[in-house]
Design a protein around this ligand. Sequence first.
Ligand code: DHB
Ligand code: FE
Length: 283
Amino acid sequence: MARITASVYTSHVPAIGAAIDQGKTQEPYWQPLFAGYEPSKQWLRDNRPDVIFLVYNDHATAFSLDMIPTFAIGTAASYQPADEGWGPRPVPAVVGHPELASHIAHSVIQDDFDLTIVNKMDVDHGLTVPLSLMCGQATEPFAWPCPVIPFAVNVVQYPVPSGRRCFNVGRAIRKAVESFDEALNVQIWGTGGMSHQLQGPRAGLINREWDNRFLDRLISEPEALAQMPHIDYVREAGSEGIELVMWLIARGAMSDTPPIVKRRFYHVPASNTAVGHLILENT
Ligand code: DHB
Ligand code: FE
């Protein structure tokens, strides 16, 4: 049977992708941020999964405001990096896992969660920046280390799903993975966040104290954290801080027993966003 072995949480700031692509990671502004991910990159080399189930949000790239699925699972064989206005990032195409993705879609939909099935889409910085942070820049072979199943969540256009629903979707994903009849090592990644607001009078908002409390609670009391209403995210972590509900999907997919914290990192500044990062292993 397949099994979820670990979860990874990380912000997805697009300027991080640009810094990598333009060879700026050792500049004074960026160096402390990338240094914080070096142990995580080593951890991923030591704990390479067979598949990454990557929970992220599309930023009106693949889904325009014409059509907005709340939860969308990628069942395609591959996904191209999206052109977000300045050309696609020079990163590998994402290889999918149609068999596992279709199995998860079947199981989760039969478990009463309405997923949109996506057979073709491009993936934006929400998905490629977390991969770059954890894997570094691909040279040869020009490929990510393993297949990835994209799972897109609407946190851009209201109404967005509640933290509670996200946590329960995570549980349904865990059940789905554990009923897949092949011994696969699956990691689930929750991405986006932490506190940031890109618009309006509060643009630039960062809330270090709230972010760190969120990390504490995500580790030790995720089910209680999942009860927090979306307005609290917006008030405390800024309008884009709502991206953090996606971390609850990954956390809900973990075992009910306490996880092992393999890595915890928090860094400001990175563009307009507080960067938060965790690696949790199942026991
Ligand atoms: C920034 C952060 C985001 O999450 C995003 O989607 C776009 C920009 C930023 O900090 O600049
Ligand atoms: Fe974002």
